[in-house]
Write a protein that binds this ligand. Structure first.
Ligand SMILES: O=C(O)[C@H](CS(=O)(=O)O)OP(=O)(O)O
Ligand SMILES: [Mg+2]
Length: 225
């Protein structure tokens, strides 16, 4: 069974969960995993470690003393320097308004990172599990249609029975879902902040074949594929 587990409604999630934050935490994590193997997760807005690159935002704006915002296109534009410093032993640490907080609070046993950009690949990673929960991060406990659509797009690749939430999300993907995302409150906020490129980037279905799993005890997402 594929269920939708709304954390703001405190639904029970299965042990296999896919956390979905299309704009932008999941997309940023998957982008990072396309060229490094692990991303540390924090809910702090402080630089707590010396030898690290800090990536993050609050309400979309880059955190003042961080190196980069939660912007996958900004990350890609600086891929070489991030990769070089990672390979020299620096940690890559991410802190976002919703996605990293949901990861920290979710109690599922195996937590995968899902987005539109890696939809079929994260579905492939859980193909042997009968029961999987898709966990939209939403936006400060308000429904976020971009994450709901992201769950529907991933569910399309999961050939199992769907709960009614997932049926609705999959149905939505048959319409002009890109316009729905472009008109979402998440997207409008990002457009106002000059991150329009991130919105179109986040909608490129199956454009990145990286999949990460969150290791809660080590506070990090590691690439599994
Ligand atoms: O960084 C983002 O795009 C959002 C900001 S907001 O919460 O939509 O204002 O955070 P995320 O944790 O990636 O949803
Ligand atoms: Mg979001």
């Amino acid at each position: 069974m594929i269920t939708l587990c709304n954390k703001f409604a405190d639904h029970k999630c299965y042990d296999i969960a896919i956390v979905v934050d299309v704009l932008r935490a999941s997309t940023t994590i998957v982008t990072l995993l396309s060229f490094i193997d692990e991303v540390y997760i924090t809910t702090s807005t402080q630089r707590e470690e010396e030898n690290a690159i800090y990536i993050g935002e609050r309400k979309g704006r880059k955190i003042e003393n961080f190196d980069f915002g939660n912007s996958p296109t900004e990350i890609l534009a600086n891929k070489d320097i991030i990769k070089e410093r990672y390979e020299n032993g620096e940690k890559i640490i991410l802190s976002t308004t919703n996605g990293t907080r949901v990861l920290k609070n979710l109690n599922s046993k195996y937590i995968f990172i899902g987005a539109i950009v890696n939809a079929k690949y994260v579905a492939e990673a859980v193909k042997d599990f009968e029961n999987v929960s898709l966990v939209p991060c939403h936006r400060e406990n308000n429904f976020s249609i971009d994450d709901f659509i992201g769950c529907g797009i991933i569910a399309k690749y999961l050939n199992r029975e769907y709960d009614d939430f997932i049926k609705a999300a999959v149905e939505l993907t048959k319409y002009d879902w890109m316009s729905l995302i472009l008109e979402s409150s998440s997207a409008k906020n990002l457009k106002n902040l000059g991150y329009e490129k991130d919105i179109t980037f986040a909608m490129l279905e199956n454009s990145i074949d990286a999949v990460g799993i969150y290791k809660k005890e080590e506070n990090k997402v590691v690439r599994v594929k």
